[in-house]
Design a protein. Structure first.
Lengths: 249, 310
């Protein structure tokens, strides 16, 4: 089995984000960038499938600026076999990313595409479902457990009320939820080794995919700040204020 | 032309998320039809028809539509979109699963988690865990949106019911097969629509401590929530998680016990009307958003609260 793992370079989840003064976007200059945490979970799951003898090859793919190569090197250091960087300076929306990924799937013919359920920058949560639609493949979103047996996958999904188990034929697009696994850290020797693993660079034009945005961002603003309240000294004071001041009890 | 809204239901009842998403849809266009799709859901269609301002309800019943899986749902909805300008779904796990699949089939870039409608093509949505709000205009001919339901009020019921029209369901090829479901059978109200939420974090320390929160919740008629740290520590199941990667809640009262207030958690609850924080660390960031902060040991506060509210 061949697995394709799309990964996105995003502002690190520990970074406190600030909106630019001109309201055109958020300030990303000199901000620490990392692999989207949900994509790390996807890379980890692919590696575990390979370690279990269920997969032969893991290909990591990223769409973005040249710096996305660092994110791909992280995936290679974790254990992916090779990587593809589709370079574009354009901000890419999920629909455009799904189209680029479709072109990569057509070239590579993976049996499984596994990616994060959402990126923690734009919080869209669309790419996996869109890719499944464009390929006409089944989809399994928000997964917390994945078992592959031959041509069939059994999946547990995190849904609003609890957990749902489904079964789907391969090929399949799966999107990861938090509890699927805990991603490993790349060891120093593996980081060194990853530098020599193959990384192919393409462009969206070479793949004949139009990545022109469909949404026009009119402005990006800080959310209204929540004024801090008061400190209460005791449970009695808390109950009194909740009853008589806030009127919520 | 008009808007098609996908109803959220579990084949037993229509969820409030539908009435909230309906408020958002009606801000775009007064002509809104609701699609109720499932295995057996005629009773739910009647509930949807009773919502104010609904033009009509489309009822699609078929065994293949049970559990509203994305494959069958997109096969059903995509052709229907020929006669609609926009598709709206609540941003529940069902809506988030289905809507992007339909959007891609329509070649439309979806707008996720809409918190404000500025015009039929311009919307506000949170990015970076709600640390920024983005205003976007869609250049697509048709729109596909998911709605953050806590940002919109539930539409009221109307005295006059809208007509229910049964639509034919074409044969749906097999794909994903439903195996089983384990739903949380708590007596407590649903987390996303509860009036009061009591939530615990890493400071709770154990699953047993969460039983105390359950007890407090029972007395207050509240839902129980948790931070990601509490879920990661294994104290509670993930469906209780409040935050960027869990559920977004905005109750009248949110009580946070032993929650430090990481950005990712604040993203899921900072629109609550009143926030109470109980934490023994007076530097905890949660106090910056709390209306009432109590620096104290939650293991002393919880029993006292229960006794005095009893």
């Amino acid at each position: 089995m061949k697995i394709l793992v799309p990964v996105k370079r995003v502002a690190d989840y520990n970074v406190r984000i600030h909106v630019k003064a001109d309201e055109t976007g958020v300030e990303l200059a000199n901000v620490k960038m990392s692999m989207n945490p949900f994509d790390e979970i996807a890379v980890e799951e692919a590696i575990r499938l390979k370690e279990a003898g269920k997969a032969e090859e893991i290909i990591a793919v990223s769409i973005g600026p040249g710096e996305a190569e660092q994110t791909l090197r992280t995936a290679l250091a974790m254990g992916a076999d090779r990587a593809i960087l589709v370079k574009t300076q354009q901000e890419t929306e999920p629909l455009a990313v799904a189209k680029v990924l479709r072109a990569i799937v057509k070239r590579e013919n993976p049996d499984l595409v596994i990616l994060g359920k959402q990126a923690i920058d734009d919080d869209c949560g669309q790419t996996g479902q869109m890719l499944a639609a464009l390929l006409g493949w089944p989809q399994a979103t928000f997964i917390s457990k994945l078992e592959i047996d031959g041509e069939q996958a059994t999946i547990t999904r995190e849904i609003d009320g609890g957990l749902q188990t489904i079964s789907a034929p391969l090929p399949l697009v799966a999107t990861t939820d938090l509890r699927l696994n805990e991603p490993r850290y790349a060891s120093l020797p593996n980081i060194m080794k990853a530098r020599r693993k193959p990384l192919e660079t393409l462009t969206a034009e070479e793949l004949d995919v139009d990545v022109t945005p469909r949404l026009e961002v009119l402005k990006v603003q800080e959310p209204p700040a929540r004024a801090g309240g008061v400190r209460v000294e005791s449970v009695d004071e808390l109950i009194d204020r909740l009853k008589n001041e806030a009127g919520v009890l | 032309m008009a808007i098609l809204l996908i109803a959220e239901h579990d084949e037993n009842s229509l969820k409030e998320a539908t009435a909230r998403a309906l408020s958002a849809a009606r801000q775009m266009d007064p002509q809104v039809d609701i699609l109720v799709a499932g295995e057996k859901c005629a009773a739910i269609a009647r509930q949807a028809a009773a919502l104010e301002g609904v033009r009509k309800v489309l009822l699609a019943e078929d065994a293949a539509l049970a559990h509203q899986m994305a494959g069958p749902m997109s096969a059903l909805v995509t052709p229907l979109m020929e006669t609609y300008d926009a598709l709206v779904a609540p941003a529940t796990t069902t809506g988030r699963d289905i809507a992007p699949r339909i959007a891609a089939l329509l070649d439309v870039m979806q707008i996720s988690d809409v918190v404000a409608v500025q015009s039929p093509d311009t919307f506000v949505r949170p990015i970076y865990a709600g640390n920024a709000l983005q205003t976007v205009r869609s250049k697509d001919v048709k729109k596909v949106l998911t709605i953050r339901t806590t940002a919109f009020p539930a539409t009221a019921k109307s005295a006059q019911a809208a007509p229910v029209e049964t639509i034919a369901v074409a044969e749906i090829p097999p794909g994903v097969r439903f195996v089983s479901q384990e739903l949380n059978t708590s007596e407590r109200p649903e987390l996303t629509s509860a009036r009061i939420v009591v939530s615990g974090g890493r400071g709770m320390g154990s699953t047993e401590a969460f039983a105390m929160l359950e007890e407090l919740a029972a007395r207050l008629g509240a839902a129980v929530g948790a931070s990601r740290a509490a879920v990661d520590a294994g104290f509670v199941s993930n469906d209780l998680q409040v935050g960027q990667t869990g559920k977004i809640v905005a109750p009248e009262l949110y009580m946070a016990f032993g929650i430090s207030g990481a950005i990712q958690h604040l993203a899921g609850m900072k629109d609550s009307r009143i926030i109470v924080a109980v934490n023994k660390d007076e530097e905890a960031p949660i106090f910056q958003v709390a209306d009432y902060g109590l620096v104290a040991d939650l293991f002393k506060v919880l029993p006292e609260l229960m006794e005095k509210l009893g």
